[in-house]
Design a protein around this ligand. Structure first.
Ligand SMILES: [Fe+2]
Ligand SMILES: [Fe+2]
Length: 257
């Protein structure tokens, strides 16, 4: 655990662990009706839920990987809890997907991003940052939508309860770690995350709408959504708000702390 972590922060992590250990195992009512209509075609709907499923598996893999690399008992205890949660979520999505036609392969850009990031060696903090933004942050945004399918809405509510704890832990851990990160590393990770996010979000948009959306509308949608992620990165301390343009290019390469 970083030296900058205060006793109060340690206490908060202990509370989070205790809360996660006390949380009851969710019981899914699999008899709820399945009406998988949203604002997308059914084939795309399966891809979208399958991406959530593949994302859960990848996050569980990252937890197992970090467990071997992080030398801190509290954090390792948390990783065991989170890995268990993610595998349970994956099983829930998998069972749901059987009801709507089965799991489909993920978008190739998403698959490549996940396998590349999992294969990174060296600075594992980059992996935590990418997963925090690209997987947990995006999944929570998606699950907060109103789903018309009663069974999926029911599953989403259960998963969101766990994911809120994961997001809290990620924020807490990253904030503490980023305090000591040199400015040039922060810029590197900001630029990396931004590039990966845009690449994946563009691929996703193409999947949902094909190539029919006008370029200006695509850019508008992507920039608006990126600003949400950007605010999260500012809150974590990776970048400072005043040093970003509206779509995320750094104004200056100095003074980020
Ligand atoms: Fe999850
Ligand atoms: Fe999670």
């Amino acid at each position: 655990m970083p030296a900058s972590v205060s006793p109060k922060q340690k206490q908060r992590l202990d509370q989070l662990i205790a809360h996660a250990l006390r949380a009851p195992q969710p019981t899914v009512d699999w008899n709820l009706p399945v009406t998988p209509r949203l604002w997308v075609r059914s084939a795309v709907y399966r891809v979208m839920v399958s991406q959530l499923y593949h994302g859960e598996i990848a996050t569980a893999q990252l937890c197992a990987l970090l467990h071997q690399r992080i030398d801190d008992d509290r954090v390792r205890q948390w990783l065991v809890i989170q890995e268990r949660d993610e595998l349970r979520h994956a099983a829930m999505y998998h069972r749901y997907l059987q009801r709507v036609g089965g799991v489909v392969d993920s978008d190739p850009v998403f698959v490549r991003t996940l396998s590349d990031v999992l294969a990174w060696r060296g600075d594992f903090l980059g992996q935590v940052l990418v997963f925090h933004v690209l997987l947990e942050g995006e999944a929570v945004q998606l699950l907060r939508n109103r789903f018309r399918c009663p069974l999926f809405a029911h599953i989403s509510r259960m998963i969101l309860r766990d994911e809120s704890r994961h997001i809290l832990f990620g924020r807490w851990y990253l904030k503490a770690q980023l305090e000591n990160m040199p400015a040039d590393r922060k810029i590197h990770w900001y630029a990396t995350i931004r590039a990966l996010w845009y690449e994946n979000a563009e691929a996703q948009l193409k999947l949902y709408y094909g190539s029919h959306l006008p370029k200006w509308l695509r850019r508008h949608w992507l920039n608006r959504r990126w600003r949400f992620q950007q605010r999260a990165l500012v809150r974590l301390g990776l970048v400072v708000d005043g040093q970003l343009t509206c779509n995320g290019i750094l104004h200056r390469r100095i003074g980020i702390s």
